[in-house]
Structure formats: structure tokens, C-alpha cells
Design a binder for this molecule. Sequence first.
Ligand code: ZN
Length: 182
Amino acid sequence: MAILKVARLGHPVLRQPARPVPVDEIRSAETQRLIDDMIDTMREYDGAGLAGNQVHALKQIAVIEVAANPRYPDAPAIPLTVVINPVVTPISEETEDGWEGCLSVPDMRGVVARYTAVRLECHDREGRRVELVAKDFFARVIQHETDHLHGIVYLDRMRDLRTLSHLVEWNKHWLGIRQQDD
Ligand code: ZN
């Protein structure tokens, strides 16, 4: 187990597409170790999720977990979920504005519109096919992490950069102000 170095905005690895992981490679010791290290790293930095690109591994692997997260005090809990080779399909056209942050864009928050419900098809860490429907915050995190695997960061999805805030200012001026749907 190890805490991995997290790439920050400006590092080209965040802008490159990650490659799918062949099923027989998912069960390899190397991939299993990477997954364990990604989980450790996410927890160490209180992330809600972490994608391969963020730890300099261009593999379509993301880990997601929200358990009483101090960076997202109002977020509902999400059990540990390992997402490999994800395909995300919106279930409806409905979107919702919400605040996002990113371990690769430290100490910042911005409002991003995301689909409120998505279908996720992927592999789990045993290489099994998984299909699930995610809503609200879980759907948001899935979209954020899957974007990373395609070289996209949340800033690219912001419709209005004027909400972009340093965390200290966000706590002072924005905390508790709920963004409403358009
Ligand atoms: Zn991120």
C-alpha cells in the first residue's frame, strides 16, 4: 500500500485519454496493487473519487467513496466503488448545478451542471461486468471521474467561470448557498 503522487492541473497526463484495461489484466497483481493504492490515496486526501490519470496511470480505472467526507460535509455517503472501463449514459436530459472540487485542482470549487441520473456500465475489480443506475451526487462523481479518463477536468464543463472560488473564499461567501436548476 502506498500514497501516490497526485498530478495537478497543467500536467499533460490529465489531458490524455486513459486506455481500457483488458479483463485478464484487471486481476493481475499489478492492477490490484494500483487499485489499492488509489483507494489509499483518495482516502488520504479526502477525495470523493480518484481517476487513473490523476496518479499518472493512463488506465481506465477510477475509485469512488464518500464516507463522512470533511471536504463535502453535506454529501450523502457512497460506498467504495471501483469502476473500470466505464461507459456512462445519461438516463434523462435533466441536469443540475452543483459544486465540484478536484484533487488535481487543489483548494478550488466551481459550479458544474451534470446529468442527475446516469447508467454506468463497467467492470469491477474482479473483472465482472457491472451495470447500475446512479442518481444525484453519485451520478455527479461518476461523471467527474469518467471525464478524467477522457482527459477532461471539471473546469472544462463550467458554463460560468465566475463561480470559480478559492476554498477559503468559498467557505466565506458561498457555503450554504444552493445552486438551483436552470
Ligand atoms: Zn477530479
